[in-house]
Design a protein around this ligand. Structure first.
Ligand code: AFD
Ligand code: MN
Ligand code: MN
Length: 388
């Protein structure tokens, strides 16, 4: 059983990044349901992210999405975040919502469109310089809808060219995290569909390039923890976009659909050293709260990650390894299941008390009246959303 002081220290210092876009209005292609109290600009999104951190203690940064979070002065936005006890995290370019991108962005057959997309990517690195962000979080919606539409390999060459140009622009500790997604919005082929494609490009590029694992981006039944263990072992796991899915890229609260899968993922992270402060693994949420209030949903999501992490930390690594070496199938499985079946809520409540935080963050938020306050204050202006 892992030393409880070490477990408590790991839980106190966990860093879960929330996404700015989770605080704004969102929905599906059928409907975006507007909610009261939604932020109207990047500054109010930072305020909401700071609120999640205030109630959880382990959400000290917020990822930005450009141009949804465009501001005149990113250094000022970073200062605003610092004043509220958090920092600006990953920068997410958007090369999927302009008309020119109908046939793709960096993989588009038209060089002028590729140049437009590359310009935006490089502008996002300029923003990283201003915000002090480490990670450029790259997701490309690029793909095709019909067999024969475009050359699969020519699109790979176009992608490589753009990635090389972005890679050359990175400085300091900056990294580029290349996210893959099996399908959507392209339906026949996606240019970065799986971890292998992302991994191959990252290896071509160099050590600053890592794979971003979005837990909603796999075929049903995929063994995500295998991907995580392999990438971590090869020092190419840049991090996660955590969310839950029942059928597709549902972007639901992480841990709400399959807490056992989340536990297995976090177990491979812990066993592979990915939870250490020096691992470079970014634990980010990527969610859309279409029908539930956003701040409490993000608080719940952070707690779900903490729950899986606490259980993973309780896996008796020595006993597990011995059972594995002995070929003791039932014994090894039992070690894992013992940890998964441990109720870690008392441990997490105690850690929160050590941190001076209400042991029940969801209840504390509900009792705080903060939701009513922002609903009353944020009247007028235009609520943030992602304009799908
Ligand atoms: C969508 C994409 C992808 C991306 C996110 C933020 O599927 O997960 O990371 O938007 O741009 O969810
Ligand atoms: Mn994602
Ligand atoms: Mn997604």
């Amino acid at each position: 059983m892992a030393d409880s002081q070490a477990v408590r220290a790991a839980l106190r210092t966990q860093h879960i990044e929330t996404p700015s876009w989770a605080y704004g209005n969102s929905g599906t292609r059928f409907k975006v349901f507007a909610q009261e109290g939604v932020p109207r600009n990047a500054y109010e999104k930072v305020d909401d992210a700071a609120t999640v951190h205030r109630f959880t203690g382990v959400a000290p940064s917020v990822a930005l999405h450009i141009p949804w979070d465009k501001v005149d002065d990113y250094a000022a936005l970073a200062a605003h975040a610092r004043d509220r006890g958090i920092s600006l995290g990953a920068i997410n370019p958007n090369v999927f919502q302009e008309d020119e991108y109908r046939l793709g962005s960096v993989c588009n057959p038209d060089s002028a469109v590729r140049r437009k997309a590359l310009t935006h990517l490089l502008e996002c690195v300029d923003i990283m310089d201003a915000t002090g962000s480490r990670d450029l979080s790259l997701w490309f919606a690029d793909g095709t809808n019909y067999p024969g539409q475009d050359s699969i390999t020519a699109r790979q060459d176009r992608l490589s060219e753009a990635l090389r140009d972005v890679y050359a622009r990175l400085t300091g500790d900056q990294r580029m995290l290349l996210e893959y997604k099996l399908f959507e919005p392209a339906f026949y082929s996606t240019d970065v569909p799986d971890w292998g494609t992302s991994y191959a490009h990252c290896v071509d590029l160099g050590p600053r390039a890592r794979v971003l694992v979005d837990t909603g981006h796999h075929a049903p039944g995929t063994n995500i923890e295998f991907i995580v263990a392999f990438l971590l072992y090869r020092a190419r796991l840049g991090g996660f976009h955590f969310n839950s899915r029942f059928y597709a890229d549902d972007d639901l609260m992480v841990g709400s659909a399959d807490p056992f899968q989340l536990f297995r993922i976090m177990t491979e992270v812990v066993l592979g050293g990915g939870l250490s402060q020096t691992s470079g693994v970014a634990f980010m949420l990527d969610q859309c709260h279409n029908i539930e209030p956003k701040i409490p949903a993000l608080i719940r999501s952070v707690l779900n990650v903490q729950d899986a992490t606490a259980k993973a930390l309780l896996v008796d690594a020595d006993a597990l390894r011995q059972s594995q070496v002995d070929g003791d199938v039932l014994g090894a499985n039992a070690v894992l299941m013992d940890a998964f079946n441990t109720d870690v809520r008392p441990l997490l409540a105690s850690v929160r008390e050590d941190m001076g935080i209400d042991p029940d963050p969801v209840g504390a938020y509900r009792r705080s009246g903060h939701q009513e306050k922002i609903a009353a204050e944020r009247v007028g202006g235009s609520a943030a959303g992602w304009g799908a």
